[in-house]
Design a protein around this ligand. Sequence first.
Ligand code: APR
Length: 254
Amino acid sequence: MNEVLQHAIAQAAAVLAGASRVAVLTGAGVSAESGVATFRDAQTGLWSHFDAQQLASQAGFSADPGLVWGWYMHRLAMVEAAQPNPGHRALAALAGHVQTLTLITQNVDDLHERAGSQRVLHLHGHIGRFHCNECGASYYLRPEDRQASLPPVCHLCNGYVRPGVVWFGEMLPDRILDEAWQAAERCDVFLVAGTSGVVYPAAQLPVVAQRHGACVIDVNTEPSLQSEYADIVLLGPSGETLPAVLAALPAQSG
Ligand code: APR
């Protein structure tokens, strides 16, 4: 690990050690080391191979529900086969070092929960939950649905069932966004990990936190939009840098 990164890790540990309220925002990058593809990384990002509007929008689902269903079943299988990585586990452990930790994620996988994090705020929903696209009724996935060429239909209204994720152009869940916003306004430290910072309103949260006096830390393998204004920047994989920050925390803090 280079000297600049080691210094940034020590700085990050120092501000976290002095913090009581911490808010964390994660993106696809924290799950990359678990083998779950990100969206915008060159070559490997999903959106460099697939059309986001065709696969993650109401219009795309109406135009070709079978294509969208198949794609989400493929992604669900990828997430289920993945394991939390040391980055997920470090964030779960960090909660034990501070008075309050609010973990906000843009990810639709459950790797934070499988790593032991409690009450994760999913801004963009859950890939493992399903509901009717028409009436909203919940739906429990059956094994045969996974290979089906069309989405299952709702037992109440015969509408197509869709994954519980927020598609482009759709509103985020109100209560979750409100809780995330309050956490950003009240935190001492706002830690961002593995997001490009191009999708709103999630990308607004670190700005809100900084405007309310919080120290913003950005963790990414490359400069992101938030690293332009972050107070501390850790340029490295979150699966390595987050455990290093945790290890640098004084044992007695919190
Ligand atoms: N460690 C840390 N950061 C990483 C790693 C890693 N191992 N690997 C990649 N990254 C960084 C990339 O440099 C990039 O900045 O993670 C970021 C991933 O960015 P995106 O692919 O744009 O994903 P994200 O920011 O989560 O996208 C936001 O867009 O497509 C929608 O709804 C979807 O929630 C998603 C939202």
